[in-house]
Design a protein around this ligand. Sequence first.
Ligand code: ZN
Ligand code: ZN
Length: 102
Amino acid sequence: MKKFTKNDQGFVCQNCGQTIPPLKTTSRDHCTVCLCSLHVDIHPGDRQNTCCGLLKPIGIEISTKKGYLIIYRCEKCGEKRKNRSAPDDSMEKIIEISVQQK
Ligand SMILES: [Zn+2]
Ligand SMILES: [Zn+2]
Protein backbone atom coordinates (compact mmCIF):
# COMPACT_ATOMS: atom_id res chain seq x y z
CA MET A 1 0.00 0.00 0.00
CA LYS A 2 1.28 3.38 -0.97
CA LYS A 3 1.05 5.70 1.95
CA PHE A 4 1.93 8.93 0.28
CA THR A 5 -0.38 10.31 -2.35
CA LYS A 6 0.69 13.40 -4.17
CA ASN A 7 -2.18 15.78 -3.90
CA ASP A 8 -0.86 19.13 -4.89
CA GLN A 9 -3.75 21.47 -5.29
CA GLY A 10 -4.13 25.01 -4.19
CA PHE A 11 -6.78 25.74 -1.58
CA VAL A 12 -8.41 28.52 0.37
CA CYS A 13 -7.39 28.59 4.01
CA GLN A 14 -10.37 27.96 6.29
CA ASN A 15 -8.76 29.95 9.07
CA CYS A 16 -7.55 33.17 7.44
CA GLY A 17 -9.18 33.01 3.99
CA GLN A 18 -5.91 33.30 2.09
CA THR A 19 -5.75 31.56 -1.31
CA ILE A 20 -2.77 29.23 -1.24
CA PRO A 21 -1.24 28.27 -4.59
CA PRO A 22 -0.08 24.68 -5.24
CA LEU A 23 3.42 23.83 -4.11
CA LYS A 24 5.40 22.36 -6.99
CA THR A 25 7.68 20.00 -5.12
CA THR A 26 5.41 18.28 -2.63
CA SER A 27 1.82 18.23 -1.42
CA ARG A 28 0.63 21.53 -0.10
CA ASP A 29 -0.96 20.71 3.21
CA HIS A 30 -1.10 23.93 5.15
CA CYS A 31 -1.54 27.67 4.89
CA THR A 32 1.68 29.64 4.34
CA VAL A 33 0.30 32.64 6.24
CA CYS A 34 -1.22 31.28 9.47
CA LEU A 35 0.18 27.73 9.04
CA CYS A 36 -3.21 26.17 9.77
CA SER A 37 -4.08 22.91 8.09
CA LEU A 38 -7.11 20.66 7.85
CA HIS A 39 -7.50 17.23 9.36
CA VAL A 40 -8.26 15.49 6.10
CA ASP A 41 -5.48 12.91 5.81
CA ILE A 42 -4.92 9.63 7.59
CA HIS A 43 -1.65 9.19 5.73
CA PRO A 44 -0.14 12.28 4.08
CA GLY A 45 -2.07 13.30 0.98
CA ASP A 46 -4.70 10.54 1.05
CA ARG A 47 -7.64 12.82 2.04
CA GLN A 48 -9.31 9.83 3.68
CA ASN A 49 -9.99 11.35 7.07
CA THR A 50 -13.60 12.34 7.65
CA CYS A 51 -12.77 14.57 10.62
CA CYS A 52 -12.04 17.73 8.54
CA GLY A 53 -11.39 19.75 11.70
CA LEU A 54 -9.03 22.70 11.72
CA LEU A 55 -5.44 21.75 12.56
CA LYS A 56 -3.91 24.57 14.54
CA PRO A 57 -0.16 24.94 14.93
CA ILE A 58 0.78 24.57 18.60
CA GLY A 59 4.52 24.16 18.39
CA ILE A 60 7.63 23.98 16.25
CA GLU A 61 10.23 21.27 16.29
CA ILE A 62 13.56 21.75 14.59
CA SER A 63 14.94 18.70 12.86
CA THR A 64 18.48 18.78 11.50
CA LYS A 65 17.43 16.64 8.53
CA LYS A 66 13.97 17.94 7.77
CA GLY A 67 14.10 21.57 8.85
CA TYR A 68 11.07 22.90 10.70
CA LEU A 69 8.31 20.56 11.76
CA ILE A 70 5.03 22.17 12.68
CA ILE A 71 3.17 20.43 15.49
CA TYR A 72 -0.59 20.55 15.08
CA ARG A 73 -3.57 19.80 17.25
CA CYS A 74 -6.95 19.23 15.67
CA GLU A 75 -9.62 21.54 17.09
CA LYS A 76 -12.31 18.96 16.52
CA CYS A 77 -10.91 15.60 17.60
CA GLY A 78 -7.78 16.69 19.51
CA GLU A 79 -5.39 14.49 17.54
CA LYS A 80 -1.84 15.74 17.27
CA ARG A 81 0.23 15.50 14.13
CA LYS A 82 3.33 16.95 12.59
CA ASN A 83 3.93 18.40 9.16
CA ARG A 84 7.07 19.67 7.55
CA SER A 85 7.07 23.36 6.90
CA ALA A 86 7.12 24.50 3.27
CA PRO A 87 9.91 26.74 1.90
CA ASP A 88 7.50 29.63 1.47
CA ASP A 89 5.89 29.45 4.90
CA SER A 90 5.80 32.64 6.89
CA MET A 91 9.00 32.66 8.90
CA GLU A 92 7.54 35.24 11.25
CA LYS A 93 4.68 32.91 12.07
CA ILE A 94 7.06 30.00 12.66
CA ILE A 95 9.04 32.12 15.10
CA GLU A 96 5.87 33.38 16.77
CA ILE A 97 4.64 29.82 17.37
CA SER A 98 7.99 28.62 18.64
CA VAL A 99 8.11 31.53 21.10
CA GLN A 100 4.60 30.82 22.39
CA GLN A 101 5.29 27.12 22.71
CA LYS A 102 5.43 25.75 26.24
ZN1 ZN B 1 -4.35 30.62 6.86
ZN1 ZN C 1 -9.48 15.82 13.73
